[in-house]
Write a protein that binds this ligand. Sequence first.
Ligand SMILES: Cc1ncc(C[n+]2csc(CCOP(=O)(O)OP(=O)(O)O)c2C)c(N)n1
Ligand SMILES: CC(=O)[C@@H](O)[C@H](O)COP(=O)(O)O
Ligand SMILES: [Mg+2]
Length: 635
Amino acid sequence: MHLSEITHPNQLHGLSIRQLQQIARQIRDKHLQTVAATGGHLGPGLGVVELTLGLYQTLDLDCDKVIWDVGHQAYPHKLITGRYDNFHTLRQKDGIAGYLKRGESKFDHFGAGHASTSISAALGMALARDIKGEKFKVVAIIGDGALTGGMALECINHAGHLPKTNLLVVLNDNEMSISPNVGAIPRYLNKMRLSPPVQFIKDNFEEQVKQIPFVGESLSPELERIKEGMKRLAVPKVGAVFEELGFTYMGPVDGHNLEELIATFEQAHKMTGPVLVHVATTKGKGYEIAENDQVGYHAQNPFNVATGKAIPSNKPKPPAYAKVFAHTLVKLAEQNPKIIGITAAMATGTGLDKLQAKLPDQYIDVGIAEQHAVTMSAGLAAEGIRPVVAIYSTFLQRAFDQIIHDVCIQNLPVFFCMDRAGIVGADGPTHQGMYDIAYLRCIPNIVVMAPKDEAELQRMVVTGINHTSGPIAMRTPRGNGYGVPLMEEGWEPVEIGKGEILRNGDDVLLVGYGTMVYPAMQVAEILNEHGIQATVINARFVKPLDTELILPLAKKIGRVVTLEEGCLMGGFGSAVAEALLDADIVVRVKRIGVPDVLVDHAEPNESKASLGLTSPQMAETVMQAFFSKQPSSVV
Ligand SMILES: Cc1ncc(C[n+]2csc(CCOP(=O)(O)OP(=O)(O)O)c2C)c(N)n1
Ligand SMILES: CC(=O)[C@@H](O)[C@H](O)COP(=O)(O)O
Ligand SMILES: [Mg+2]
């Protein structure tokens, strides 16, 4: 059977190991060719091909439920659940999503994107099953990185207390998060992977049994079961933590050995209560370039399969915001040992790997633990350290209470640097940085700001580190800056609460925030072509808003447009409208931003066009709102 003929995972039932190995080869090839063409997550999925096939052969996916943690590794799952034919649309507008999505397939039992949710979701389904008196199996598949997330441990604590609730947790242990995994849990897992008793049993057991006179050969069919039993004898040393927490621990299992995987899962399904099968895999398995650079091939832009090199873009790009941020942070940290950069398992994405390389003593990776990162930073700040918490806008959502409870109520100087704020593109609705303006500006004591470009970013980093005594947050977008001239050092801080006028005009006031400032200037140019003159303000701060600058101009001009790359509900435009209301200034206000919708995966510019956020579209919006121009087709 060829992979392309599989539209239902139950078609794996009855296939021989050889047939499964053949399908595994086809999955790897399809996975590699597709990601090389579209970009996406490579290493994670290549590492779970046998795990997926082995597990699914032991399940009945007409009733059993599988919940993948994060879901970035679930491309093999997608390929055997009816999405082979349109897999080439991966992560493209209206195409296959990069994570599981309940609306995309009946086999996507639970969506994700953010880590550490799978066991909780699976336990919920298992409890529902038992309440309804149904009998399906529920399996959570979680990576060793995701296991460092608090939610996963909260659920292990809960599930381990439910000896009658059947739940299988498959731990996909490849010793990697995006970067090498960190913390005591991965260290413990590694000890289990390498534990002498298990190693001995794996390496010598079969040979030893076969040499037993008379019975040796006849035991072969039972070997797997006996071996598993022997390993369980070793369990007091191996898997003790999970056993003590109420789970039956099995493993570690070779995650690329189909026979071992199938035998183990079949054993696991016979057990009652919570069971954890520890599977040892290699991230990027089967593509040597990815195996040798597991960090670099966690995710990739389109690349050449033969060389592994990214497909060169036709024009050189300005530096990424993350790179500029990291350079500035390192420069400031070199002058002040109290500056500590903190990441939650996103060293490469935030650029903090540069700080780690240059000043390792001023760098902390807490694992996938955003809540812990924030409250730990509050502790650091309470003792006079300057913590710089670099967490993506979307992942910082995890720590909303910690920001209030541990940082802002205590008015501690923690600097939140939120990369990937705004529309991120292919990662889709779970990763869009839509809500940070709204979720931060409502908290007392915090300063909230956004640079108009990468040069202002450098100035704001200085402000955030050296010119505040309380909580402060800065948002920056995914991707590259505008290529504006950058200073190597000596950056002038921006004054808190102060915006700037970039252009004057009497017909309409355009107030831009962050990544919408340059577009606001483009809108002004388009309006100018229609004889409409705009004043453009770079607000710089949503909290405190520069009311001294904005309100008198609003009153004088009488027409106000706010522009933001974030949710309109409670966002920057709401802040300006509230300030006008509070000042009893009655003017017409048009807020431009992301309406109350989820923004699906697509190229950022495609998403902006869908949302009416391109500069021509925004100019049209302004003309329709204030200058009663008849709607025309916007090119
Ligand atoms: C809450 C949260 N923080 C950070 C991320 C970014 N992220 C995506 S995958 C990943 C590493 C996951 O490691 P693991 O679970 O071991 O899966 P692997 O990539 O090794 O297969 C991280 C940190 C995320 N998805 N969710
Ligand atoms: C799966 C996950 O959450 C990360 O790998 C994320 O996709 C990284 O996003 P960036 O590519 O924007 O760093
Ligand atoms: Mg991992």
